[in-house]
Ligand binder design. Structure first.
Ligand code: NAP
Length: 250
């Protein structure tokens, strides 16, 4: 069978754990080169070194250094010549009561989840050759359309991402570029571990409460959807927000 996607250079922002690492494995297994970004250098190097079929690269970087994103992309392009796809898997999941939601906290969430995302899209899209296809996938969240107490900053940042992607899709369609978001519900990544430590088995709880009747979503399944959106088979999908809802009603 012909692989969905192969021999592409994919910039993977947030690639050392969780959904991002599942995407990295999925892409590497199909013979693509992963250009991974995360803050913790040792963890990122270990993650990239564990991928099959070599050629992958690790760039330790904090996306909050927004003014340095352009320089980072130029360094990456010097080494890898072109970027065929980008996946934005970074997320600041800060949850806070209104009384604790300072403008600094709000800004930090918007910086990681929204401003830096737009800057990556801007630079990667501007650097590509006109006829070269580019596929961009961002991991949003069901939180953007499904209100939860204390998720004000996180939900707003993801809703901003969703809205921006719809506008960007219209602009970038002339430039042979597709851009889409995936909206997962609760995914079984390390991020949930602290929640399980505080509240017990989340999988059982979200099933029993009816919040997400199918339970926690495996990150490898989300990776498959990301891989599809990066592939030529998704060339006619842009500006979409695809739900990955575990049976939730939205
Ligand atoms: N897990 C869920 O239930 C769920 C549900 C819906 C949506 N999502 C979204 O899915 C995405 C991934 O979530 P996840 O659960 O897979 O998270 P995760 O396991 O915490 O992984 C996040 C990745 O991003 C990197 N990262 C975080 N902050 C960064 C920064 N400022 N600069 C550069 N890299 C950074 C992390 O490495 P370093 O820490 O070393 O930087 C790591 O590689 C997020 O956007 C999240 O909002 C998750």
């Amino acid at each position: 069978m012909v692989p969905l996607l192969t021999e592409k250079n994919i910039l993977l922002v947030g690639s050392s754990s969780g959904i991002g690492f599942s995407v990295a494995r999925f892409l590497a297994d199909m013979g693509n080169t992963v250009l991974g970004i995360a803050r913790d250098e040792a963890k990122l190097n270990e993650a990239m070194a564990s991928l099959p079929l070599g050629g992958h690269a690790a760039y330790s970087f904090d996306v909050a250094q927004i003014d340095c994103i352009e320089q980072l992309i130029d360094i990456i392009l010097d080494k890898h010549a072109h970027i065929d796809g980008m996946v934005y898997c970074v997320g600041n999941g800060d949850i806070a009561r209104l009384r604790d939601l300072s403008s600094q906290r709000l800004h930090a969430v918007m910086m990681t989840n929204f401003y830096a995302f737009i800057e990556f899209v801007r630079v990667v899209a501007c650097r590509k050759a006109k006829k070269q296809p580019l596929r961009i996938v961002a991991v949003s969240s069901m939180a953007s359309i499904s209100p939860e107490k204390y998720f004000t900053a996180y939900a707003a940042s993801k809703a901003a991402m969703d809205a921006a992607v719809k506008c960007l899709a219209l602009e970038l369609v002339q430039k042979n570029t597709t851009i889409n978001v995936i909206r997962p519900g609760v995914v079984a990544t390390q991020r949930l571990k602290w929640l399980c430590d505080c509240t017990g088995d989340i999988d059982e709880k979200i099933k029993a409460s009816g919040y997400q009747p199918l339970g926690c979503i495996p990150p490898d399944d989300v990776a498959y959807m990301v891989g599809f959106l990066l592939s030529g088979k998704a060339a006619y999908i842009t500006g979409a927000a695809l739900p990955f809802n575990g049976g939730a009603s939205c």
